[in-house]
Design a protein around this ligand. Structure first.
Ligand SMILES: Nc1nc2c(c(=O)[nH]1)N[C@H]1C(S)=C(S)[C@@H](COP(=O)(O)OP(=O)(O)OC[C@H]3O[C@@H](n4cnc5c(=O)[nH]c(N)nc54)[C@H](O)[C@@H]3O)O[C@H]1N2
Ligand SMILES: Nc1nc2c(c(=O)[nH]1)N[C@H]1C(S)=C(S)[C@@H](COP(=O)(O)OP(=O)(O)OC[C@H]3O[C@@H](n4cnc5c(=O)[nH]c(N)nc54)[C@H](O)[C@@H]3O)O[C@H]1N2
Ligand SMILES: [Mo]
Length: 758
């Protein structure tokens, strides 16, 4: 059986070797080596890999295999320009796999595809802006345009972008967060008043227990393992909750530990809870039931009554609902044996200070918001919020996804934010809410939108229900993409299409005769600067702020209230505006020049809750129904070790022991019994949603250590199986991790005699 050797560690020599292989395999990637030296250093650029914060002591190089890959990928010397697009038609490029497209290198000149043409052709920057401006001005309403953002965009570019879009007249600002941590933002805002986590890196030094739920940091936030390892060394207990035994959560060898080269590694997790996919609400309820049972046995000893009475509301309702739910139902729904639940509960009860971390394993479910609020419920019971070493910690994905939201990339902006924008710039921003990612797809599909612009990202590949999204994009009058590298979204063009190449994070950004820097916010609300040092890979590249301001001027004309050219020439001026519009950025330009940056204020850290009743809320959620019928499985779509979202570095998934192809479906070995299906069979997957089915063929069965009736496939290969309408209640995050599927041998759904187990 593949992928089961727990004694092997994540990190260590293997990670180092994999990085070197990545850097050296391709002679075009020499620029990468020098770049590592500047990653996450106070004077360098922010790693584009993930949003895990940097330690204050950045004297030593923060080495990370995944960060190195992300940097090497951007810092390639290979470029593609006019010649490449002359010899490759758009239809021929659409035949190529995504990793082939990205491997061709960096985009270096602005490109335009005319209506009816099969090719992208060079266009001048000024003509590109003019075309975008003319089409946008010609729309019947600003709401016919959609402006997407992916989370690598800096604070400065994001602020300028939303400013442009709002002066233009719409709040149609969907972003990757809508597919990512939206359930965290929505869930936390409702119950603690802020859509961000409350802990800082220092809290990890003070916690007695850390729960890591629905997250795979060994692959997606490797620097977090260093933090977890340090916590565990001083006696903090670590509980992992995950349907898969992720190797990075089991053992870890720090690459800087000399003994790691000899294979020495440290365990990370004290208790591994293999929950069923979608079983977390049940598990968290079960933990709370045990907490309440202990309180009943030793009244006044377990719950933090002082905190509950002073700072929370809704406790009685929570208690009543837990009392009415039998433990057996929770055990069955979680898929975790009672003794393991008891053990996890005692880790929670033995700890004075508890942090709970989570990522996509919790947010991308129909009950994603409920998952997040059950975590808060559990924390509130013992006052694990707003004190050192405790609190909720959603671990963000893209390196500046949190900052983009702070800057106003949000389709549902607060009235107070719009008021301040109006006071600062003197135009009336639109008040009506715009569309999120799913809403944007629906608007395009239904003919309500005519222009799609994207500041980064790979929209058609990242979104659910791929064929619907591709048809929607193809119906646009104009698509505009600002990007570093070619991807499929750039090839699913509207009638006309612009492809605008931008500088990467690692590159020098010269504006107004001066080297500029940008700023970003990490997962723990720390704002710091980021400045690339490499020579730009092409002379024609422009920065994201330059491209946004250029498009804004061409669209809004001379009547615009914003001095776009001045802002493009001096990012300090952009930051001055941000300081006046967004709370917490006082003395932005001065404070962000400190090596460690500064931390944004966070009321819940001081136990102040900006909720309607000024209290943190306990919330009651029903137990989610089991959606899996006879012969069906619940499928999660997850990342491999060797990809960055839609950018696939290789076909292997080293830590899970899967090699030579990503079109696989991971199934529990025992679940194959009696189905006529065997390991290595190639099957068709059919998803089932409200009477609709979607099928994809060519998936090889790999036996893996999973809970029964749960299967896993990779993102983005399985995205066509995810229904657009299947999304989280409240946050509308696509339910990428709870898709009901059946498996059938061969190429067609249901073509085989075999039935899958009930
Ligand atoms: N190298 C690298 N780094 C990345 C990224 C990348 O693609 N590559 N992507 C970035 C982005 S945008 C993000 S959002 C993050 C994503 O980081 P993660 O959230 O860690 O990524 P995923 O692979 O989506 O899956 C998360 C984990 O959730 C588990 N899981 C799935 N369903 C459930 C469930 O119902 N319950 C529980 N308890 N667990 C479940 C899966 O087994 C898996 O271990 O990483 C960021 N960093
Ligand atoms: N099935 C399934 N689908 C998912 C998920 C899942 O777990 N399962 N996860 C979801 C999540 S969490 C997320 S965040 C989304 C990700 O959705 P996106 O953010 O839209 O996708 P990425 O693959 O991160 O985008 C990569 C592209 O960004 C461009 N790029 C890279 N760096 C820069 C830069 O500095 N500037 C600019 N302008 N462009 C740049 C490059 O052209 C690259 O091809 O996918 C979602 N989709
Ligand atoms: Mo994400």
């Amino acid at each position: 059986m593949e992928g089961r050797d727990d004694d092997k560690a994540a990190g260590g020599f293997e990670a180092l070797r994999s990085t070197l292989r990545h850097t050296l395999r391709d002679p075009g990637i020499v620029r990468g080596v020098r770049s590592y030296l500047r990653v996450n250093q106070a004077s360098g650029f922010d790693c584009p890999g993930c949003a895990w914060p940097d330690p204050d002591d950045r004297a030593a190089l923060e080495f990370c295999e995944q960060g190195a890959k992300a940097v090497a990928h951007e810092a390639t010397r290979h470029t593609i320009g006019a010649e490449f697009f002359r010899s490759h038609s758009i239809p021929s490029l659409l035949e190529q796999p995504g990793n082939w497209l990205e491997r061709q290198g960096r985009l270096t000149e602005p490109l335009f595809r005319a209506h009816g043409s099969d090719h992208y052709e060079p266009i001048s920057w000024e003509d590109a802006y003019a075309r975008a401006g003319a089409t946008l001005r010609g729309l019947a309403s600003p709401d016919e345009a959609i402006f997407y953002t992916s989370g690598r965009t800096s604070n400065e570019a994001a602020f300028l972008y939303q400013l442009f879009v709002r002066e233009f007249g719409t709040n149609n600002l969907p972003d990757c967060s809508n597919m990512c941590h939206e359930s965290s933002g929505t869930g936390l805002t409702e119950v603690i008043g802020v859509g961000k986590g409350t802990v800082t890196l220092a809290d990890f030094d003070a916690a007695d227990a850390i729960f890591v739920i629905g997250q795979n940091p060994g692959s997606n936030h490797p620097r977090m393992l260093t933090t977890l390892q340090a916590a565990r060394k001083r006696g903090c207990r670590i509980v992992s909750v995950n349907p898969l035994r992720e190797r990075g959560l089991v053992r870890f060898a720090h690459p800087k530990d000399p003994l790691a080269l000899l294979g020495r590694s440290q365990p990370i997790t004290d208790l591994y809870v293999q929950v069923r996919v979608g079983g977390d609400v049940a598990l968290l309820k079960a933990l709370m039931k045990i907490v309440l049972r202990e309180e009943a046995q030793t009244p006044g000893q377990i719950l933090d009554w002082d905190f509950i009475q002073t700072h929370t509301s809704g406790f009685d309702e929570l208690q009543a609902s837990l009392d009415a739910t039998p433990m057996e139902a929770l055990v069955a729904a979680s898929g975790v044996p009672l003794d393991a639940i008891e053990e996890a509960a005692s880790v929670y009860l033995d700890a004075e200070r508890v942090i709970i971390c989570w990522a996509m394993g919790l947010t991308q479910h129909k009950h994603g918001v409920a998952n997040v609020q059950e975590i808060v419920n559990l924390l509130l019971l013992r006052g694990n919020l707003g004190k050192p070493g405790a609190g909720p910690c959603p671990v963000r994905g893209h390196s500046n996804v949190q900052g983009d939201r702070t800057m106003g990339i949000f389709e549902r902006p607060a009235a107070s934010f719009l008021d301040r924008l109006e006071a600062e710039f003197g135009f009336a921003p639109p008040r009506e809410h715009g569309v999120d990612t799913v809403g944007a797809i629906e608007a395009m599909r239904d003919g309500k939108a005519r222009v799609f612009m994207a500041l980064g990202g790979n929209f058609v590949v990242a979104a659910p229900d791929t064929p619907i999204v591709e048809a929607a994009l193809a119906g646009m009058d104009l698509t505009v993409h600002v990007a570093t590298k070619l991807n499929r979204s750039h090839l699913v063009t509207g009638k006309e299409s612009l492809l605008l190449p931008c500088l990467g994070r690692s590159e020098r950004d010269l504006q107004g005769g001066r080297e500029q820097f940008v700023t970003v916010e990490d997962s723990m609300s720390v704002v710091h600067r980021s400045q690339g040092g490499l020579e730009p890979v092409g002379a024609g590249l422009r920065s994201e702020p330059a491209i946004v301001t250029g498009t804004a001027r061409a669209t809004l004309g001379e009547d615009s209230k914003v001095a776009w050219e001045e802002l493009a020439a001096d990012y300090d001026l952009v930051r001055d505006h941000i300081e006046r519009v967004i709370p917490g950025f006082e003395e932005y330009n001065r404070r962000v020049r400190r090596p460690e940056g500064f931390t944004l204020p966070h009321a819940p850290q001081e136990r102040r809750f900006e909720t309607p009743d000024s209290r943190a809320g306990f919330r009651v959620h029903p137990l989610p129904p089991d959606p899996v019928g006879p012969g069906q499985f619940l499928m999660m779509t997850i990342r491999s070790h060797d990809q960055y979202n839609t950018t696939v570095y290789s076909e292997d998934d080293r830590y899970r022991g899967i090699e030579g192809g990503r079109r696989v479906v991971l199934v529990r070995e025992g679940d194959l019994d009696g189905t006529g299906l065997h390991e290595d069979d190639v099957v068709t997957l059919t998803s089932h949603f409200e009477g609709e089915t979607r099928s994809l063929s060519g998936f090889r069965i790999v036996a893996h250590d999973l809970p029964t009736r749960c299967v896993a496939t990779y993102f983005p290969e399985a995205n066509p199986l995810v229904p657009l309408r299947h999304r989280a209640d409240g946050s509308r995050t696509p339910a990428y991790k709870s898709v009901v599927v059946s498996l059938h041998k061969g190429d067609a759904p249901g073509s085989a005699a075999s039935e899958t187990p009930g």
